[in-house]
Design a binder for this molecule. Structure first.
Ligand SMILES: Nc1ncnc2c1ncn2[C@@H]1O[C@H](COP(=O)(O)OP(=O)(O)OP(=O)(O)O)[C@@H](O)[C@H]1O
Length: 591
């Protein structure tokens, strides 16, 4: 403490007078203080100890006395004082240069701007890091990486735990970095589409490079694949026609003993064997095997192979039974809510109706009350004011944000997925399911073989993803008429999210989704294409990639759970919400 006091008073001197002398004096005094403390300690030890240990202690005492003498000399000797001053000056100028190059003067204000952009409330900016929860700590780490403005910025799933306002802020921040190359691993399609211009897809251990964002890339792959399929169909028809001609010619040659015809047939067969296959190269010109494909080839044409792009993931959702009695599944009438432990009104006079087969999306900033509204809808919480009516026969399936955490609890984590699935369905839904059926069902969710039968849940190699699939399988197995999904895509990769979107789009039951994933809401609730048309030319070739899209998709309503507990339907859906947020962000940037 004494040393800090010395340094602090030196700092005061530095601010008011000669900084160099003050620094050197401070360092010399600190050294003198240390030496004095060391000497006192050494004296005490030497007094207490006898024998060999006492001799050692006395040696240490002599050393301490020597250090003290040296420190006293350096305080009084003008030559070493000057030497120290020039060394300190050198150090100070190096530090100053480094600080200038880092933009240190503006560092604090930039750090505050980044933290606010990533959603930190003003009052938490100066709170100790240890006091932050896990989600806020990750945001803080992201902020510190952004602050460094490196030449190469690698971000692994930066949008996890970020809400839409923070994601939009991050998008514009990344786009503003002129001298930084950014490499992003992410599953948020809308985010990737807005910030990336090149895509590397890793599949089956192979990396393939593409120009354009993920959606541009996927549309291009689909288009190329469609072209290949058409070409293959044409070739197959042509081949069948030639083969028929050859068979006919050979039959006639045999019947008439016509050698000339037999030779012509043989030549046709040779041509078919050697020169049949791919006719157009990737660049669009006429395909020549020896020019367009490296290596030695026995034939002149390459076999036309069409890569199977269909995702291996397929989440089979059972079909819910229609309710025999008509009526809404859930009606929220003027509901207000506050937690008993708090004064804050989380929801104020909220109203909404969910009809059978409806699509409902909830968007809003972190902490605005989306999950609270969901818990009221499913009956886990009761309104403080107003009322909620539920259809008397409705079966509700609820995937909570905490489903994965529940599965990591020690007791559950030791159980294999299959046993947990059977047991939980029995407990939660009074559904008895036999092993074979459960095994087959989990297989559809990529929990096959040992992954389902013997490996404990906590030891699954792709743990979180596997747990989301298990939790989801449990929620959809009873085929609920109302499926409620709160932040289901946070831990899913893009292939699984796409499979989930497909399953949800064809689900007959009503769906309520809470998500910060704009694409998930837009494609499930608003019926937007599975792969957005970023180019926007709307040509037939682009439509071709939407083979799974239905023209008469039952589009739904997106509600914003906003400030002061208000819940409002957004006529323009997610786009409206994005505009609201962008307006706020640009106001804040000006302010
Ligand atoms: N059991 C509780 N007791 C008191 N306050 C709570 C409780 N649960 C949640 N809250 C508070 O209620 C507010 C709304 O929380 P809620 O989880 O509904 O927000 P959210 O919009 O779903 O947020 P997120 O996007 O982060 O999931 C938050 O400020 C939260 O801290």
């Amino acid at each position: 403490m004494q040393e800090y006091d010395t340094l602090n008073s030196a700092l005061d001197q530095a601010n008011s007078g000669d900084p160099n002398s003050a620094c050197v004096a401070a360092l010399a005094i600190v050294e003198y203080d240390r030496a004095t403390t060391g000497l006192i300690k050494a004296q005490k030890i030497a007094e207490r100890r006898s024998g060999a240990r006492g001799a050692n202690a006395r040696k240490a005492l002599l050393a301490a006395e020597a250090r003290l003498k040296h420190a006293e000399e350096s305080l009084s000797n003008p030559a070493s004082f000057d030497n120290a001053v020039s060394k300190v000056q050198e150090m100070l100028s190096e530090v100053q240069t480094a600080l200038d190059s880092m933009g240190a003067a503006a560092a604090e204000s930039t750090a505050r701007r980044i933290l606010l952009g990533l959603g930190f409330p003003k009052e938490t900016l100066d709170a100790p890091f240890e006091s932050l929860s896990g989600g806020w700590r990750s945001r803080c780490s992201l902020a510190s990486v952004l602050l460094q403005e490196p030449d190469l910025l690698i971000l692994d799933e930066p949008t996890n735990y970020l809400d839409v306002p923070s994601i939009l802020w991050l998008q514009s921040y990344l786009l503003s970095l002129e001298n930084t190359t950014v490499v992003i691993v992410a599953h948020d399609r809308a985010f990737l589409d807005s910030v990336t211009s090149e895509t590397i897809i890793m599949r089956k251990g192979k990396l393939t490079y593409y120009e354009g964002s993920i959606s541009v890339t996927e549309r291009a792959i689909m288009k190329k694949r469609k072209g290949m399929i058409r070409m293959k169909e044409g070739l197959d028809r042509k081949k069948a026609h030639i083969e028929k001609g050859i068979a006919e010619g050979a039959r006639m040659a045999r019947k008439t003993g016509d050698d000339k015809r037999a030779r012509a047939v043989k030549s046709k067969q040779k041509k078919l064997d050697e020169r049949f296959g791919l006719e157009v190269s990737e660049k669009g010109h006429r395909f020549k095997l020896n020019r367009d494909l490296g290596g030695y080839h026995l034939t002149n044409r390459a076999e036309l192979t069409i890569e199977d792009l269909d995702s291996l993931i397929n989440l089979p959702f059972p079909v819910p039974e229609a309710l025999r009695f008509p009526g809404a599944l859930c009606t929220v009438n003027n509901v207000s809510f506050r937690y008993p432990s708090s004064d804050r009104l989380i929801l104020d006079s909220a109203s909404l109706v969910i009809h059978p087969g409806a699509r409902v999306g909830l968007v809003g900033k972190n902490g605005e009350g989306k999950s609270t509204l969901v818990k009221l809808i499913i009956g886990q919480l009761r309104p403080t004011k107003g009322n909620i009516e539920r259809h008397s026969r409705v079966n509700i399936g609820y995937y909570s944000q905490h489903s994965v955490e529940e599965l990591t609890s020690t007791a559950v984590g030791k159980t294999p997925a299959l046993a947990y699935f059977i047991e939980t369905l029995k407990e939660r839904n009074q559904i008895q399911v036999d092993e074979q059926t459960a095994f087959a069902f989990l297989g559809g969710f990529c929990l096959q073989g040992k992954l389902a039968g013997s490996i404990p849940i906590a030891e699954l190699s792709w743990r979180t993803e596997g747990m989301v699939r298990l939790a989801l399988a449990l929620v959809v197995y009873p085929a609920p008429q109302l499926l409620v999904l709160d932040e289901v895509s946070t831990h899913l990769d893009m292939d699984t999210t796409s499979a989930l979107i497909k399953s949800l789009r064809s689900y007959n039951g009503a769906i309520l989704i809470v998500s910060h994933d704009r694409h998930l809401i837009q494609s499930v609730i608003e019926g937007a294409p599975l792969i957005p048309d970023i180019g926007g030319d709307g040509s037939d070739s682009n439509r071709e990639s939407d083979e799974d899209e239905e023209d008469d998709y039952n589009t739904g309503v997106v509600y914003r759970v906003g400030p002061k507990g208000r819940v409002e339907a957004l006529p323009g859906g997610v786009d409206d919400y994005i505009s609201i947020v962008e307006r706020r962000l640009s106001k804040e940037a000006v302010g």
